[in-house]
Design a protein around this ligand. Structure first.
Ligand code: ZN
Length: 439
């Protein structure tokens, strides 16, 4: 259960103090466990005999890549040679989609589940969920961590949780009208789908649902000021980036507080994080303005402990100074996947940056877009598909397309073809909207 006083003690530690007071001791214990019980790491960290030398060399230990975990699970099904407990200790199994499309199975012990809920409930609490709230939980329960495990984190705040899952959107709206919840937890793109449904099927204004808190997961979209202010205006609630994590290491470890100035790091006691330059792997400091890739090490994990997992998520450290909410943990925004980074004639571009330009034309566009990149390693050209709003005449559509093209050129120094499409033409799903298509 969420414990506000204990949690605030952790959340007011700076990154440096966190290492000295918590991470160091837990890393030693974790490394003892890894060396004793993980055949995967016994092989990978061959040459290291004790936890102290692993801790000493922390900055230069080999990285773990997701692909290694996929290959390892294929060779040693179902949980891989990194399973570091007896099978009888595994209490729950989730899956993630692998980078090559093969799933990775995540095994959790009772202690691993408790740790996951510990960080998860802290995230939802920071984003404003309280025991008096009723929250509809609309993420996929079918094996994904975001389903049942996030459900438990929502519950641990003391809030009332309605386990809705994905799909059946018309029934969802009916249930919301009956139960009258105060909050919803889902993806940002799902709100676009609900908005469309309310308009076409229910002839209702989203505000009539009476939701006061929007807790969003799994997409960086809400960090775009235009997207956020539009959602807040349309729905009449506070839209929070409440749920960032990497299922393989820790389901949730980032969430915004009421100040909405980037997500606070919330993995204290469960993971140790590092920041590196994704191009040369050099270590970077968690300081305001620094952009880099997160590298994560479990420090409190039994079943499948990971050491220096490259997340391939590139973040921007928004601030490392004490926040007005009282927390001292660094705040960050996710810029995108380093694998989603398109290099167009030497310029690094994330689809999200293009989304920010598109949303500048909101009201005349829906905010939905898709970037189509031609070429795999060497992208020669990008095309951006942008959805028009209702009733925008064709000549105006052309003007908007030209203006978006100009702004992308000005801001990113890239030449993009803009194709305006009709509202609803870019597919929405209960999961994430695919922003980048490679051809
Ligand atoms: Zn804060």
């Amino acid at each position: 259960m969420h414990n506000e006083i204990r949690d605030l003690e952790l959340e007011t530690l700076t990154q440096g103090d966190l290492f000295l007071k918590i991470d160091r001791a837990r890393l030693l214990k974790q490394f003892d466990h890894v060396l004793a019980s993980s055949s995967f790491y016994q092989k990978k960290l061959k040459g290291y005999r004790d936890a102290a030398s692993l801790l000493r060399d922390l900055d230069i230990l080999p990285f773990t890549e997701k692909k290694e975990l996929i290959d390892d699970q294929l060779q040693y099904p179902p949980f891989g040679s990194n399973l570091s407990v007896n099978n009888s200790c595994v209490r729950r199994v989730h899956r993630t989609s692998g980078t090559t499309g093969r799933p990775v199975f995540l095994a959790l012990t009772a202690k691993d589940i408790a740790a996951t809920i510990d960080s998860g409930s802290r995230c939802f609490w920071a984003s404003g969920l309280r025991p008096e709230d009723i929250v509809f939980h609309c993420l996929n329960y079918c094996m994904w961590m975001g389903g049942f495990t996030d459900h438990q984190s929502l519950e641990a705040t003391g809030a009332t949780v309605v386990p809705y899952g994905v799909g059946n959107s018309s029934k969802l709206i009916e249930a919301i009208l009956n139960i009258r919840p105060t909050a919803i937890h889902c993806t940002v793109s799902y709100m676009a789908k609900l908005e469309l449904l309310l308009e076409t099927e229910f002839k209702m204004d989203p505000r009539e649902l009476g939701l006061r808190k929007g807790l969003f997961a799994g997409e960086a979209g809400i960090q775009n000021p235009m997207t956020r202010s539009r959602i807040e205006k349309v729905w009449g609630f506070k839209a929070m980036d409440a749920n960032y994590g990497i299922s393989d290491v820790l389901s949730m470890f980032g969430a915004e507080c009421g100040c909405q100035q980037g997500m606070h790091f919330m993995g204290q006691g469960n993971i140790h994080v590092e920041l590196i330059d994704p191009d040369n792997c050099r270590k970077l400091p968690f300081e305001k303005g620094v952009k880099g890739e997160l590298v994560v090490t479990n420090i409190n994990k039994e079943a499948q402990p990971l050491v220096r997992l490259r997340s391939h998520d590139v973040i921007d450290v928004v601030d490392h100074n004490k926040c007005a909410c009282g927390r001292s943990s660094f705040r960050f925004k996710v810029l995108g996947r380093s694998d989603d980074m398109i290099v167009v004639k030497g310029v690094n571009i994330f689809p999200g940056a293009i989304g920010a330009v598109v949303s500048g034309f909101i009201d005349e566009v829906t905010g939905e877009y898709q970037v189509v990149a031609k070429g795999l390693d060497m992208v020669e050209k990008i095309t951006v598909r942008v959805e028009c709003g209702d009733g925008v005449p064709v000549p105006r559509q052309e003007e908007i397309g030209a203006a978006i093209k100009q702004e992308i050129r000005d801001k990113m120094d890239v030449n993009a073809d803009i194709v305006m499409v009709l509202k609803g033409e870019i597919p929405r799903t209960g999961e994430k909207t695919k922003r980048l298509v490679r051809e």
